[in-house]
Design a protein around this ligand. Structure first.
Ligand code: NAD
Ligand code: IPM
Ligand code: MN
Length: 373
């Protein structure tokens, strides 16, 4: 095979690919097609190395995050993940749950800031269950703290008290340093957007939130050009569906961010649209916000756009290649503008397509975008 002539700007990257469970492999395959198209169109080279995680890893190796996977990820320039989780493991103890594999991955990489942009593209206004006048123009970014809080705090576990009753414990703990660093990510992001940060907490009840609010307010002093507001998490859940345009950047702790981001997904039409980038650690992690969707796995109907848009975030945050990122985002927008819809965003108009066909459309439109650039 003849070597393509590479431009001086062409670069090489190692990407660890972790397809995982359920629809994970189906959507990751579409993202990989996009990577191959970028290689061809822009001259970069991607060396892909596949590793097991989650249920797949449990079946192959007995653990959800094998050492080989950890090492492969740490030796790469970026990690692409599909999703983890399968019903057959739901009753497993924590060390043997697929989800624990994902938490170990995030902690091993040290990716404490999880960026989850919720942007409603105009062609999808009818796909959101909310009224057009409410959702039109939604463009917000959730910055979710990812390596602390209830997910990682100790002590944790299920025990019996002296009377023999079962008691379960989780610990919500945040240090000043953990809050400061994720707050800075949010303020920096706001500077590149509309310069407003909404910090979400439950400071009327929780000490962790009281420290959170105090530290975020202190960090805000370093960013006098960015407006800061504090909103309680329950009210935030309400404002998200009542006035989504009031939000620019939302910064919040791990579990609040998990819940609010699935809610925010519905502003964009479907959870199948929401990408994410997890940054701040040794290697960036890119994954759709959705899970393994066992209810539709294996049917070829999952929406691959969240995963493809996560690749765009990889180009922007890990590779510093904003033109390639923009080209991918443009191709996604064009596919939607031309009416292609997977089942989750199909509302009776346009053309209903499966996972593969949506991936093919994005690749074809990416070629158009790159050739007209
Ligand atoms: P889910 O996100 O997998 O699915 C919720 C609903 O959204 C389902 O009806 C599903 O069909 C639909 N959906 C999700 N992604 C879609 C896509 N790309 N296209 C079309 N429809 C899509 O959440 P769940 O059902 O609560 O969890 C299923 C499993 O996934 C569980 O084991 C859970 O722990 C795991 N999970 C993993 C991740 C992750 O790997 N990051 C995230 C969330 C949930
Ligand atoms: C997500 C998921 C994960 C989380 C689970 C699968 C551990 O829901 O990425 O949003 O809670 O972080
Ligand atoms: Mn979640």
């Amino acid at each position: 095979m003849s070597e393509r002539v590479r431009s001086p700007q062409a670069r090489s990257f190692r990407i660890a690919v972790l397809p995982g469970d359920g629809i994970g492999p189906e959507v990751v395959a579409q993202a990989v097609k996009v990577l191959r198209a970028i290689e061809e169109l822009f001259g970069h080279r991607f060396e892909l190395a596949y590793f097991p995680i989650g249920g797949v890893a449990l079946r192959e190796t007995g653990v959800p995050f094998p050492d080989r996977t950890r090492e492969g990820c740490l030796q790469s320039d970026a990690v692409l993940l599909g999703a983890v989780g399968a019903p057959e493991f739901d009753a497993n103890p924590p060390p043997l749950k697929p989800e624990t594999g994902l938490l170990e991955l995030r902690r091993s990489l040290g990716v404490f800031a999880n960026l989850r942009p919720a942007v409603l593209l105009d062609p999808l206004i009818a796909a959101s269950p909310l009224r057009p006048e409410v959702v039109r123009g939604t463009d917000l970014l959730i910055v979710r703290e990812l390596t602390g809080g209830l997910y990682f705090g100790t002590p944790r576990g299920i025990e019996r008290d002296v009377a023999g009753n079962e008691v379960a414990v989780n610990t919500l703990r945040y240090s000043r340093a953990e809050i400061e660093r994720v707050a800075r990510v949010a303020f920096h992001a706001a500077r590149r957007r509309r310069r407003k940060v909404t910090s979400v907490d439950k400071a009327n009840v929780l000490e962790t939130s009281q420290l959170w609010r105090r530290v975020v307010t202190e960090v805000a002093a370093e960013f006098p050009d960015v407006e800061l507001e504090h909103v309680y998490v329950d009210a935030c859940a309400m404002y998200l569906v009542a006035h989504p345009r009031r939000f620019d950047v939302i910064v919040t702790e791990n579990m609040f961010g998990d819940i609010l981001s699935d809610e925010a997904a519905m502003l964009t039409g479907s959870i199948g649209m929401l990408p994410s980038a997890s940054i701040g650690g040794r290697v960036g992690l890119y994954e759709p916000v959705h899970g393994s969707a066992p209810d539709i796995a294996g049917q070829g109907v999952a929406n691959p756009l969240a995963t493809i848009a996560s690749i765009a975030m990889m180009f922007r945050y890990s590779f510093d290649l904003p033109d390639e990122a923009a080209a991918i985002e443009r191709a996604i927008a064009l596919a939607l503008a031309r009416g292609y819809r997977t089942a989750d965003i199909y509302r009776g108009e346009g053309q209903l397509v499966g996972t593969e066909a949506m991936g093919d459309q994005v690749v074809a439109l990416l070629r158009d975008v790159a050739s007209s650039a």
